[in-house]
Design a protein around this ligand. Structure first.
Ligand code: PMV
Length: 314
């Protein structure tokens, strides 16, 4: 049997603005989570992710336990499972760990209960679990965790582009080579729900400031998509820097993230930005052909780094 997997994600453009109906572009960290053991058991679900130090069962008093109970009630049939998961991404650092875990939980319990779910059903169920983790997620993370590739997401209906395949009403997969990226972790912990609430409050207090930042991000997204299509490295780097500045204006950067962006660009990246909810977590840097130098510089500065999508673009 093919191993059960789910994708992580790095948001290239549109985090936060996507919650308010603007488009966003994410690229999958392919198969970031992989089930290493799935064993059926008569009742209850237990999950173990050694890389995250996470062990949880559905009787516990936590968000994950709540999500496990919801999962058991949403999928038809009966029976539980013991699931062990290997992860190549950190937890809670802006790389879609909770959405990836949600997708993998759905696939694994469906497998144990003898069901063959289509991807729309996997995504919809994972979205319900994501609501337990984050309150009112846009759906970008669970869509990318389910479908993989380079995903253009738009809540109000996906935009029509000639090089895109429509996957559902909200999402298109772009048939373009995803850019190679260096990902680095600030090791600063933050909560997605808190950062989303922060932007909501800011939007109530100063709607013009927030709208300006969202518009800058949407413009950067369309320049970025065009730059990916034409392989214009400078333009893609510029678009990423614009997006980082806009997120910074919304108070979603922090000294560590700003320093990482600076270190990455000084070491040769064309552009870099915070990715995900911000205020901590990860940055992504675009440095085709210079990944090793950028990764080294970030690690020397104390930030663990890795590369995704190394081939292509060279
Ligand atoms: O930091 P993450 O991986 O949880 O990503 C959050 C992305 C947001 O746009 C901030 C929220 C959302 O629901 O899309």
């Amino acid at each position: 049997m093919k191993p059960l997997t789910a994708h992580g994600k790095a948001i290239l453009f549109g985090e936060h603005s996507v919650v308010y109906g603007h488009p966003a572009l994410a690229m999958a960290i392919e198969d970031a989570l992989c089930a290493t053991r799935v064993t059926a058991r008569p009742g209850g679900v237990k999950v173990h992710v050694p890389a995250w130090g996470l062990v949880c069962d559905d009787g516990a008093d936590s968000k994950i336990a709540e999500a496990l109970r919801l999962l058991e009630s949403l999928l038809p049939g009966s029976g539980g499972m013991d699931l062990e998961v290997a992860s190549s991404i950190p937890m809670g650092a802006g790389l879609g760990s909770s959405a990836a875990l949600s997708v993998l939980l759905v696939k694994a319990l469906a497998h144990v209960r003898g069901m063959d779910l289509d991807l729309t059903c996997v995504r919809n169920t994972a979205h319900a679990l994501e609501r337990v983790f984050h309150g009112n997620p846009s759906g970008l993370d669970d869509a990318t965790a389910t479908y993989g590739g380079l995903c253009l997401f738009h809540k109000g209906g996906a935009d029509r582009l000639p090089f895109a395949e429509q996957l559902d009403t909200q999402i298109h997969r772009l048939h373009l080579d995803p850019p190679p990226l260096v990902v680095a972790d600030s090791l600063v912990k933050r909560s997605t729900a808190e950062k989303v609430a922060w932007v909501r409050r800011l939007r109530e207090e100063d709607p013009a400031l927030v709208e300006r930042a969202f518009l800058a991000m949407t413009e950067a997204l369309f320049s970025g998509v065009e730059a990916i299509r034409t392989r214009d490295r400078q333009a893609l780097g510029r678009a990423m820097n614009t997006c980082h500045k806009a997120l910074s204006d919304l108070g979603l950067s922090c000294p560590e993230l700003d320093r990482m962006v600076e270190v990455a660009c000084s070491a040769g990246a064309y552009g870099a930005k915070v990715t995900g909810a911000g205020g901590g977590g990860c940055i992504i840097a675009f440095a085709p052909g210079r990944e090793e130098a950028v990764k080294q510089a970030l690690e020397t500065a104390g930030f663990p780094a890795f590369t995704i999508q190394k081939e292509g673009w060279i």
